[in-house]
Design a protein around this ligand. Structure first.
Ligand SMILES: *[C@@H]1O[C@H](CO)[C@@H](O)[C@H](O)[C@H]1NC(C)=O
Length: 265
């Protein structure tokens, strides 16, 4: 029994609870994805593609991006969106969120300086994968002046879907730092000459778009139940899937009171 209690406490620590750093929704989202076979398989696939098997400085970007598109197309939206839109209150959380979709391969590089946004924009407009996704993003996320608050009613879910649809395209967006929830594709509008306005309009769809910001923030209020860290079912699911079955039977029963107390501690 004592051994059982010790292993139970050890397990709770391993599961990341209780955490001195406070709640980390991006960790919760990652755990929930791990616990789901499909999400886990698709994530393993894009990580394998995006980390590159050749020299560490290179990556198979086209394959990485294809695997990312597949992750969002085939993964359970509640879980894939939780990984993309997890709300953070600490830099550690935001850094994890920024790194989730392997930005070194999917988002930035190969050079150190970002290119002009006209480059990914032109590439997107000539891509039969990217173009309809960018149009959908514009249609679902762009502010509309005829609405009272500038954003279409109930547009948040379709805006988030359209934003997620861009991950893995020529205009892949990501969080720009670990101190904010600002997003942008990896490009700037510094040297865009006579197409400056077009460039700014495109970049502004990401960087100064309160409908997009609102849609991302709104995800938190509807934080999916299967991801919620306090959900005892979710924790139990993980506990019961520990390999070796060391906590099965009577031991698992003695663990139940601890798990129920969890939200109170
Ligand atoms: C946040 O980003 C800065 C700048 O890139 C970096 O130096 C710092 O280590 C990051 N913080 C965390 C918690 O990862």
């Amino acid at each position: 029994m004592a051994l059982c209690l010790v292993s139970a406490l050890l397990l709770l620590l391993l599961l990341g609870w209780p955490s001195s750093a406070g709640p980390n929704r991006c960790v919760d989202a990652a755990e929930a994805c791990t616990a789901d076979a499909r999400c886990q398989r698709l994530r393993t696939e894009y990580v394998a593609q995006c980390l590159g098997r050749a020299a560490p400085a290179t990556c198979a970007r086209a394959r990485c991006r294809r695997a990312l598109r597949r992750f969002f197309a085939r993964g359970p939206p509640a879980l894939t969106h939780a990984l993309l839109f997890c709300a953070c209150t600490s830099p550690a959380c935001a850094e994890r969120r920024r790194q989730t979709f392997v930005p070194a391969c999917a988002f930035s590089g190969p050079g150190r300086a970002p290119p002009s946004c006209l480059q990914p924009l032109d590439a997107c407009e000539h891509s039969r994968i990217c173009r309809p996704r960018l149009l959908a993003f514009q249609a679902s996320c762009a502010p509309v002046s005829s609405y009272p608050d500038g954003c279409m009613q109930d547009q948040a879910p379709s805006c988030r879907r359209a934003f997620a649809g861009l991950v893995g395209t020529a205009v892949t967006p990501n969080y720009v730092d670990n101190a904010s929830a600002r997003v942008a594709p990896w490009c700037h509008c510094g040297a865009s000459g006579n197409r400056r306005e077009e460039c700014e309009a495109f970049r502004g769809l990401f960087t100064s778009n309160r409908c997009l910001d609102g849609a991302i923030q709104a995800f938190d209020s509807g934080w999916p139940r299967q991801v919620a860290g306090w959900d005892p079912e979710h924790r139990l699911l993980q506990v019961s899937s520990v390999p070796g079955g060391a906590l099965e039977g009577g031991c698992l029963l003695s663990l139940l009171p601890i798990l129920t107390l969890q939200p109170l501690l």
